[in-house]
Design a protein around this ligand. Structure first.
Ligand SMILES: *[C@@H]1O[C@H](CO)[C@@H](O)[C@H](O)[C@H]1NC(C)=O
Ligand SMILES: *[C@@H]1O[C@H](CO)[C@@H](O)[C@H](O)[C@H]1NC(C)=O
Ligand SMILES: *[C@@H]1O[C@H](CO)[C@@H](O)[C@H](O)[C@H]1NC(C)=O
Ligand SMILES: *[C@@H]1O[C@H](CO)[C@@H](O)[C@H](O)[C@H]1NC(C)=O
Ligand SMILES: *[C@@H]1O[C@H](CO)[C@@H](O)[C@H](O)[C@H]1NC(C)=O
Ligand SMILES: *[C@@H]1O[C@H](CO)[C@@H](O)[C@H](O)[C@H]1NC(C)=O
Ligand SMILES: *[C@@H]1O[C@H](CO)[C@@H](O)[C@H](O)[C@H]1NC(C)=O
Length: 414
């Protein structure tokens, strides 16, 4: 009887909320079976604490084996709520490692302890591209209140001003769906802090990402080949882009980001080595760029193909930003580029409500491909002045679109 009743009921436990859905059965009887089901679910809720798998948490011992075992147990268990616990008050040294799916059901990882990478040295073995990798997982929540420390300073010194220096990305999310990452502080990655590649339905919230302003290539969040991503309430200040949205990005919304120091919020770089880039549906809202080199930048290399379109920037504040609004279709950071005629086509880009200060005279630069050009660029409600109150300018090359209410005026936009 009870078993029959339970079949009519689906019970979901979502972040501590209990959500009930029942058919048209008798509610009185349903209530009993719900209570039984809750008891059963609770007894099935399992915690896997890394300390029970041999982790030391002393900041010196390599705990990656213990984490791998704890992950295997968590991922393989079939209870309805599974939690991998990384306890507070301890520091865990982890060699490069992978948390792979698919898992039997959804997983919560609680990062309450301090996670640290080995310093540059033999501990990295052959693996120098990635530190912690989450791959092939559906329905993963990572919550924390502590820090993830990439300890990248030795890599920065040896990789400064070299184009191709192999060093690890701190956190990589690959081939995964339904990810929710929140609450963490993430510092000093050797290279980019977070990479998201080939993922769907990702929510990043309340993340703090910091590295020194002169640490090379320490992007905050890099995204490629992924869609339906929300980034909410984040603070990012590093030596490179706060966010870089690369080819294959679709439907990405960034809200309430505070970015700086660093190179700003970037779309691209796109079209390197003839790449056929596709970027569409990018929306940046209610964000602040503070003392960054660029503010809102779209950057493409000469010789690329494809498009970047349906992009909006709305309600943005600039504080002492060097170049607040930039489209650069001649991106070439190492100054070794040949003149090429093809380019990623940029269109349908709007800047609505963007105000504040610049530390140069170049408030707006729309430097579009001489051969391809940009289409339908719209600006409204722009108010950018120089820190020293000198005149500021807007320059355009081959940019087509319209503007209203702008200081400086954008007479170059046709
Ligand atoms: C990298 O080089 C630049 C320019 O030479 C310098 O300003 C910066 O401080 C260096 N960064 C590091 C981390 O050594
Ligand atoms: C865009 O992504 C959000 C989640 O971030 C989702 O709710 C929405 O349906 C998506 N829109 C489209 C057009 O795919
Ligand atoms: C722009 O992108 C969003 C998804 O981010 C989508 O909902 C919307 O329909 C797109 N608009 C156009 C004109 O394609
Ligand atoms: C901008 O950055 C400066 C220097 O880090 C800081 O003192 C200031 O509070 C920041 N302003 C805002 C509005 O975040
Ligand atoms: C546009 O890019 C070209 C090629 O890099 C450069 O020579 C030119 O100065 C740029 N124009 C502006 C207005 O930035
Ligand atoms: C121009 O871009 C805006 C969004 O920025 C879009 O709503 C509008 O439909 C586009 N106009 C044309 C003619 O494509
Ligand atoms: C532009 O910003 C300045 C400084 O904040 C302010 O005094 C001025 O009223 C603003 N202009 C418009 C048109 O909003």
């Amino acid at each position: 009887m009870v078993v029959m009743m339970m079949m009519m009921i689906d019970l979901y436990i979502i972040d501590g909320w209990v959500e009930l859905k029942w058919g048209n059965g008798w509610e009185f009887v349903s209530l009993f079976s719900v209570i039984i089901h809750v008891l059963v679910s609770v007894s099935y809720a399992q915690n896997f604490n890394v300390m029970n798998f041999g982790a030391k948490g002393d900041g010196k011992t390599d705990d990656s084996q213990a984490f791998s075992k704890a992950w295997a147990a968590t991922c393989g268990a079939s209870s309805s709520l599974k939690e991998l616990v990384i306890p507070p008050g301890k520091a865990f040294l982890l060699k490069p490692m992978k948390f792979s799916g698919p898992c039997k059901s959804r997983i919560l990882i609680s990062i309450e302890g301090y996670l640290m990478a080995p310093f540059k040295g033999p501990e990295w073995g052959e693996e120098k591209k990635k530190w912690l990798v989450f791959q092939g997982i559906h329905d993963l929540i990572i919550k924390g209140s502590n820090k993830i420390d990439g300890r990248g300073s030795d890599w920065w010194k040896s990789c400064n001003n070299t184009d191709n220096c192999m060093r690890p990305t701190a956190l990589s999310f690959e081939d995964s769906s339904k990810l929710h990452v929140s609450g963490l502080t993430h510092i000093n990655s050797a290279k980019n802090h977070i990479s998201i590649h080939n993922c769907v339905d990702v929510h990043l919230e309340d993340l703090h990402i910091y590295a020194p302003h002169d640490s090379p290539n320490t992007d905050g969040i890099d995204i490629s080949e992924s869609r339906n991503i929300e980034i909410v309430d984040t603070f990012i200040g590093t030596g490179d882009d706060c966010v870089a949205l690369n080819s294959g990005c679709y439907n990405i919304t960034i809200t309430h980001m505070t970015c700086g120091p660093g190179h700003g919020i970037s779309i691209g770089s796109l079209g390197k080595n003839g790449e056929d880039a596709k970027v569409e549906g990018i929306h940046v809202k209610s964000s602040t760029l503070n003392a960054s080199d660029n503010g809102l930048r779209i950057k493409t290399w000469q010789g690329g193909k494809g498009y970047a379109r349906n992009i909006s920037f709305e309600d943005v504040t600039f504080i002492k930003v060097a170049n607040p609004i930039v489209i650069d279709q001649y991106y070439c950071p190492h100054k070794r580029c040949n003149e090429q005629s093809s380019a990623v086509q940029i269109s349908d880009v709007s800047y609505i409500g963007a105000r504040g200060t610049t530390r140069t005279s170049e408030a707006i630069i729309l430097n579009c491909s001489k051969t391809v050009g940009c289409n339908n660029i719209t600006l409204d409600g722009i108010n950018i002045s120089a820190v020293d109150n000198k005149a500021v300018s807007a320059t355009c090359i081959n940019a087509q679109g319209s503007w209203l209410n702008s200081k400086p005026p954008i007479n170059c936009l046709k």
